[in-house]
Ligand binder design. Structure first.
Ligand code: MN
Length: 248
């Protein structure tokens, strides 16, 4: 089994090291990762400048692009053989609910899915990503089970680890995406020379979702596993929108 590991926190991230170590117990690992932090780059692809890939002594490729670029380059050019499986993470920070739409970690797994390779995105909801080290054995066990199942087509798994030591883990829950709203996360201010600027980030967030949501699972001390697919069609509304009889 050949496994490609990538992330959006950059090639030096502890979480990715942990994921690569866990993957190494399941197959032959190749890492292709961004050369710097690329969090919240979503599914962006670099089109307007060249990309460079540097191979490190460890064999890892470091790319000056986004997580999506990494997956595209890895599968298209860098790897001698197509991977059987793609793992992205372990992200430093949660990717729950609406976060998945901004996440570079999830986007890398989405890109693999588009290219027809089963993928899992993994994120750690705690504040200190060094704590991901504690999760290595649990990740090996979880990934082994996932690999054993026939992986569904056109679907990726979004895994979030709760911010607790693994020995306190309540279990694993298969969940749906919750919702999240940010408050006060847009700052408008002036720089030292008096020019106005805006800064997105910080502030507070509030989430909501039912018992079966990803947020509720990690809050209750479970590993959350959410199957995601890339078809954004709102099937429930198809008939209703058709009844509008839109015409030109
Ligand atoms: Mn990240």
């Amino acid at each position: 089994m050949r496994i490609l590991v990538t992330n959006d926190d950059g090639y030096l991230a502890t979480g990715m090291q942990v994921l690569a170590e866990a993957a190494a117990e399941l197959g032959e690992v190749q890492v292709v990762a961004p050369d710097r932090e690329q969090s919240a780059t979503s599914h962006s692809l670099t089109l307007h400048h060249p990309l460079r890939a540097r191979q490190m002594e460890t064999g890892m490729f470091v790319v000056d692009g986004t997580p999506t670029d990494c997956v595209v380059l890895a599968i298209g050019e860098l790897l001698s053989e197509r991977p059987d499986f793609v793992l992205s993470g372990v992200n430093h920070g949660q990717n729950l609910g609406d976060d998945v739409l901004y996440s570079g970690t999830v986007a890398a797994a989405m890109e693999a899915t588009i290219l027809g390779i089963p993928a899992v995105a993994v994120s750690y909801t705690g504040a200190d990503d060094r704590d991901t080290r504690l999760w290595k054995d649990a990740l090996v066990a979880l990934l082994r089970q996932v690999l054993r199942e026939g992986f569904p087509r056109d679907t990726l798994l979004n895994v979030n680890l709760p911010a607790i030591p693994p020995e306190q883990l309540a279990g694993v829950r298969v969940t749906r995406l919750g919702r999240r709203a940010y408050m006060g996360s847009l700052t408008r201010a002036r720089d030292p020379s008096g020019r106005e600027y805006f800064w997105i980030g910080g502030g507070e967030s509030r989430w909501w979702g039912g018992e079966d949501s990803d947020f509720e699972a990690v809050r209750a001390g479970y590993v959350s596993v959410t199957p995601l697919h890339l078809d954004l069609t709102n099937y429930r509304l198809l008939d209703s929108i058709r009844s509008w009889d839109l015409a030109l």
